[in-house]
Design a protein around this ligand. Structure first.
Ligand SMILES: Nc1ncnc2c1ncn2[C@@H]1O[C@H](COP(=O)(O)OP(=O)(O)OP(=O)(O)O)[C@@H](O)[C@H]1O
Length: 316
């Protein structure tokens, strides 16, 4: 549904987006992750036709954004970052106005407004003036305008920014639900959002894609993935640590407490190889040495470790 190839954007000498390529199909929610200034908003603005790329191609629903922008834009709903919303209209009046801008009149307009109000849980405030709304309702009104024409493609720039935890949860669920029938891209700084709402995620750093995969695939690539956390008694902490370090395929052993008679820490496998047997090998070693194992469990990779390993936060 969305095909982006070798996308590049320069602002003077600054390269904001540098050779970005990805596809999003209907039924997919693609998370866009990256530190501040990585190029997420700029990429999204190009996909929605608001910025012209310096190079590269964008197709939406098979339509070339550069050759037929008006036709391609009709397929897209866009929630920009910090969307302004100043209006003395009521929520339903404002959405009706947005529907007309999208060419919907009469019955089609009324239906579109009702559906957007229902989808974004705006019924309680349908007659309230937009400029008196609380931040959460204001935000959902912005989201409602982006889906008023029931677009096949949704581009949402930090859609949960500034919302309280309950509202974040609601908006995430909404995105997930809409993602069943649409192609959605949304950017976020919140890593748990990727796990709860995205079928796939891209990590972008300094204008380039540095990782692309399902949340599980990304977690498995984290530096701490498959580490085994242990608490072992029965010899000096230093001796236990040394013996653990000798197990084949172990990269390093980190200790959180190494005292006389006790060791607590993490055993990290080298990045290559199969780590399935590491817990078993630690258990066998403990048995052979007559140590007592108080804790032994394999850690899942963590998205935040993956994110930190791949990105730098010093982009201006
Ligand atoms: N209109 C512009 N003119 C000049 N430079 C720009 C412009 N828009 C963005 N940039 C620069 O391009 C780079 C990418 O910015 P962009 O807003 O796309 O990052 P982002 O990943 O969305 O960041 P954030 O997470 O902070 O929203 C930054 O260095 C930014 O300063």
């Amino acid at each position: 549904m969305i095909q982006v190839k070798d996308l590049r954007k320069e602002f003077g000498t600054k390269v904001a987006v540098d050779g970005v390529t990805f596809n999003v199909e209907k039924g997919e929610v693609l998370g866009f992750l990256g530190p501040n200034g990585a190029g997420k908003s700029t990429s999204m603005r190009m996909v929605t036709g608001y910025y012209l790329p310096t190079a590269g191609s964008i197709r939406v629903g098979g339509i070339d954004m550069l050759e037929e922008p008006e036709k391609a834009k009709r397929l897209i709903g866009y929630l920009p970052e910090n969307a302004p919303l100043y209006s003395d209209m009521s929520v339903s009046g404002f959405l009706g106005f947005c529907a007309e801008m999208r060419g919907l009149y009469g019955y089609a307009r009324a239906r579109a407004v009702d559906k957007a109000l229902e989808t974004c849980f705006l019924e309680p405030v349908r007659n309230q003036s937009v400029d008196t709304l609380s931040k959460g309702f204001r935000h959902r009104t912005c989201l409602a305008q982006s889906i008023i024409h029931d677009p096949e493609v949704l581009i949402l720039d930090e859609p949960t920014d500034g919302l309280d935890p309950n509202q974040k949860h609601e908006v995430r669920n909404l995105i997930k639900r809409m993602g069943e029938t649409k192609a959605i891209i949304f950017s976020t700084h919140i890593l748990e959002e990727v796990e709860s709402a995205c079928s796939r995620a891209i990590i972008i750093d300094r204008g380039k894609i540095v990782a692309d995969g399902t949340p599980d695939q990304l977690k498995r690539r984290a530096p701490g993935a498959d580490a085994v956390r242990v608490v072992i008694l029965g010899a000096s902490g230093a001796a236990i640590r040394e013996e653990l370090g000798k197990i084949s395929g172990v990269d390093k052993v980190e200790s959180t407490a190494a005292e006389d008679g006790r060791f607590a820490g993490r055993v990290l496998p080298s990045r290559q190889g199969n780590h399935e047997g590491l817990s078993r090998e630690i258990a066998s070693l403990a048995q052979a040495k007559a140590w007592k194992v108080e804790e032994l469990h394999r850690e899942e990779g963590r998205l935040d470790e993956m994110f930190r390993a791949l990105t730098r936060s010093d982009t201006a």
